[in-house]
Ligand binder design. Structure first.
Ligand code: PLP
Ligand code: TYF
Length: 398
């Protein structure tokens, strides 16, 4: 039955983690996968999460099924976090939100919803984007098209080219995928005025925006990071939002995220939400409970919530501090390339502008693991390895 099957290559990022793990060089550095790490290269469990888990251990009294949307009380938590407490949309009835297995689960349900209900819709993604976007939408049968985004010449954003391509080619009914903040893989974000322009364009052209918010809190702040998304939500009729709690609660393996749908009216939102429920049922029946129970416990306890906010701030400050140090130390090393753009990027990742040849050399000669695209996960840098990293980059770049 399976004789004809040929093994496929896995996610290159996951292969990179394995290669780093097996490297015996004591100076090795992992700048591959996008998980937060502390100065010891460890991905810690947040104190607020530990405390919430202790409460749950004590108080949880059933493991019975919940329902396709997960815990009903979680719906309000998702809306409060992504839209901001008190946002008038929340009580308008025009938005419905469901818990999902991570941001990936939210994207998969969105893809199935789009594929089954929005005939001929194509999905527009940034060039480049998170590799899984393409896989998820392709597997749901949605055609994926790319708009220009990253400019290797300036290590910046090709906003004019992005809009020119969409202006020329996007068709009414197409879906426009945007990263809310902390763009993966480049670290280059849309600015607020860009969100204003795109919002106007979406309305004029009749596009459905789908915003992927996987790193809320890692750029400039929990509210600041979603200012563009919130502007768009307030000014469009319909929208989908896929969000992840993996990074900002550090609960990656618990698989917790959310999918929200905004529609023209409450009845329309409820109809769309019921169809989203159907897609959930056909995929995984219902989401795992634990991650959402942790997030709910934290968000509904003012002291725990305050502690969590401080912990998110600490993660963000550490990454932004590392960006500044990296830029300063690279400049001090006398390297020929100007790396100052790293400080303008946001979030876990930086497109470093390192070439494939340079990345390969860093890996084979210095045990520094960076994705082939030159994407570095900044959280893998630390005070313990930053000098070695900068010296090695200087040696390879010249
Ligand atoms: N979207 C983007 C842009 C991501 O980088 C990730 C990261 O892992 C996700 C979605 C999915 O996250 P999750 O682990 O919650 O599925
Ligand atoms: O891009 C990253 O590194 C994160 C983590 O199959 C990730 O989004 C990477 C690959 C993958 C799942 C998660």
């Amino acid at each position: 039955m399976f004789k004809h099957l040929k093994a496929v290559s896995g996610d290159p990022l996951l292969a990179l983690i394995m290669a780093h793990k097996q490297d015996s060089n004591p100076k090795k550095i992992d700048l591959g996968v996008g998980v937060y790490k502390d100065d010891n290269g460890h991905t810690p469990i947040l104190n607020s999460v530990k405390k919430a888990e202790a409460i749950l251990l004590e108080q949880e009294d059933s493991k019975s099924y919940l329902g396709i949307y997960g815990a009903t009380e979680f719906e309000g938590i998702i809306k409060d976090l992504i839209l901001g407490e008190g946002n008038p949309l929340i009580n308008s009835g025009r938005i419905r939100s469901t818990q999902t297995p991570g941001g990936t689960g939210a994207l998969k349900v969105a893809a199935d919803f789009i594929s089954a209900n929005l005939k001929d819709a194509r999905l527009w993604v940034s060039d480049p984007t998170w590799g899984n976007h393409q896989s998820i939408f392709n597997s749901a049968g949605v055609e994926v098209k790319a708009y220009p985004y990253y400019d290797p010449a300036t290590n910046g954003l090709r906003f004019d080219d992005m809009m020119a391509t969409l202006e020329a080619e996007a068709q009414a009914g197409d879906v426009l995928l945007l990263h809310a903040c902390c763009h993966n893989p480049t670290g280059i974000d849309l600015q607020f005025n860009h969100w204003e322009i795109i919002t106007d364009f979406v309305n004029k052209r009749g596009l459905l925006p789908l915003v992927d918010a996987a790193y809320q809190g890692f750029g400039d702040g929990l509210d600041e990071d979603l200012a563009g998304l919130r502007h768009m939500a307030a000014n469009v009729q319909d929208m989908l939002i896929a969000n992840s709690f993996s990074k900002n609660f550090g609960i990656y393996r618990e698989r917790c995220g959310g999918l929200s749908v905004i529609a023209a009216s409450a009845p329309e939102a409820n109809a769309a939400f019921s169809i989203i429920g159907q897609a959930i049922r056909a995929n995984y029946s219902m989401p795992p409970a634990h991650g959402a129970a942790v997030v709910y416990t934290i968000m509904s306890d003012p002291a725990l919530k305050a502690e969590w906010e401080l912990e998110v701030t600490a993660m963000r400050d550490r990454i932004n501090d590392l960006r500044a140090k990296l830029v300063a130390k690279l400049a001090a090393s006398g390297v020929s390339k100007d790396f100052s753009f790293i400080q303008d990027q946001r979030g876990m990742f930086s497109y470093s502008g390192l070439t494939l040849e340079q990345v390969r050399k860093l890996r084979s000669e210095y045990a520094i693991y960076i994705a082939d695209t030159g994407r570095m996960s900044i959280a893998g840098v630390s005070d313990n390895n930053i000098d070695y990293l900068c010296e090695s980059i200087k040696k390879v770049v010249g």
